[in-house]
Design a protein around this ligand. Structure first.
Ligand code: XUL
Ligand code: CO
Length: 418
């Protein structure tokens, strides 16, 4: 599929070769770590090797060499070879998948059977190319059986099917040495409260996550479980609305030691936040796990999943990520797709190169802002009044409202707002 395209190399800022990196130099060291180790890029199997360009209004525009292969397993093998061909040529250390991206959809036992056959081949591909699995997940939202939810479905028989698919996806993730396991609750929510017992559904969601945690840990999964918040689309009200909501949920059900957050740029925007805001909320709670990198469209109210190229936005994000200590098991997954009218296989390279270069450049700038400028000092100075004896007494919980009133009388009306 990608014949004639060599391994993408770093050529530096002066290069005008569109098939070369201008900023992403994987071995270059920034703040004591290579760019490769800082950024931990991953290619998303679904957008890059399953996305055919179709949308609500139009048919596929992009065709894959395996489209007409009838046998699902043969199709899976063909797709696997092309996927790893791309992953190695672009030089991404990781990739991510849904179970159904690998083997197609069907009954949970059809998926199970195909996974059993394909996972050893995927493992061979990973080993021979030196590629790692950043995270695996189960697609619990596309099949009609999940129209009213998976873990939160009102029909227990659907929940049992979802749990089976989940178990198998965790098994696949463990077999492939996955560093994280992701839950995005696309249909875990509701459309109308009139037919919804919200408390019951949220309890069920927590029960499924608890079972997944226990199963994973019992079977040797040492990575991080991640929840990816999104406020809406496809469901009207999704339970994992945003990072703050998910943190409260995890703490309420005692899941905060095994789960962290996977924050996606476009989901943050749909929730009425900025990406940086969501990152900071997660960092404050010690729960910043991983990111799904993309870009929203500020004039649209839906998830456009564009490749990230806004250097200002990405730099602000990298500042929060660096200040929080960077990724451990997490990384940067390009949950981004080509536009429908972008149909040449080479476009997948241009898109990833732009995204990877933007993050690498942002890493360099963010590091310099944090280390070589007054940025941190200025922010610290803003709170300097809390370093006074009274200010620090307040922070330590040693003041009362009565004492605050006394202090206010002493201070009088502040002359200027700092
Ligand atoms: C959907 C989305 C998903 C998750 C994985 O908006 O972001 O692709 O990342 O299920
Ligand atoms: Co995502």
């Amino acid at each position: 599929m990608f014949k004639g395209i060599d391994r993408i190399k770093y050529e530096g800022r002066d290069s005008d070769n569109p098939l070369a990196f201008k900023w992403y130099n994987e071995e270059e060291t920034v703040a004591g770590k290579t760019m490769k180790d800082h950024l931990r890029f991953a290619v998303a199997y679904w957008h890059s090797f399953c996305g055919d360009g179709s949308d609500q209004f139009g048919d596929p525009t992009r065709f894959f060499p395996w489209d007409n292969v009838k046998d699902p397993l043969d199709k899976a093998k063909h797709k696997l070879e092309s996927a790893f061909d791309f992953i190695t040529r672009i030089g991404s250390p990781f990739y991510c998948f849904h179970d159904t991206d690998l083997v197609g959809n069907g009954t949970v036992f059809e998926i199970e059977k195909r996974l059993d056959k394909i996972i050893p081949l995927v493992k061979e591909m990973q080993d021979s190319t030196g590629t790692g699995l950043l995270w695996g997940t189960a697609n619990l939202f596309s099949h009609p059986r999940y129209m009213n939810g998976a873990g939160t479905n009102p029909d227990f028989r659907v929940v049992a099917n979802a749990a089976t698919q989940l178990k198998n996806a965790i098994d696949a993730t463990i077999a492939l040495g996955g560093q994280n396991y992701v839950f995005w609750g696309g249909r875990e929510g509701y459309m109308s409260l009139h037919n919804t017992d919200m408390q019951k559904e949220v309890d069920h969601l927590a029960m499924i996550l608890t079972m997944a945690r226990d199963y994973g840990r019992k079977n040797g999964f040492e990575g991080t479980f991640l929840i990816e918040p999104k406020p809406m689309e496809p469901t009207k009200h999704q339970y994992d609305y945003d990072t703050g909501t998910v943190i409260a949920f995890l703490r309420h059900y005692g899941l905060q030691d095994d789960f962290k957050i996977n924050i996606e740029v476009n989901h943050a925007i749909l929730a009425g936040h900025t990406f940086q805001h969501e990152l900071q909320v997660a960092a404050n709670a010690g729960l910043l796990g991983s990111i799904d990198a993309n870009k929203g469209d500020y004039q649209n109210g839906w998830d456009t999943d564009e490749f990230p190229t806004n250097i200002y936005e990405v730099t602000e994000a990298m500042m929060v990520i660096l200040a929080a200590g960077g990724f451990t098991t997490g990384g940067i997954n390009f949950d981004a797709k080509l536009r429908r009218n972008s149909t040449d296989p080479v476009d997948l390279f241009y898109a990833h190169i732009s995204g990877m270069d933007t993050f690498a450049r942002a890493l360099v700038i963010a590091h310099r802002i944090l280390g070589d400028s007054d940025y941190n000092d200025l922010r610290k100075q803003r709170y300097a009044s809390f370093d006074s004896p009274e200010g620090s007494s307040f922070e330590q919980g040693r003041l009362t409202l009565e004492r605050m009133r006394g202090l206010a009388m002493e201070y009088g009306e502040p002359e200027s707002i700092s």
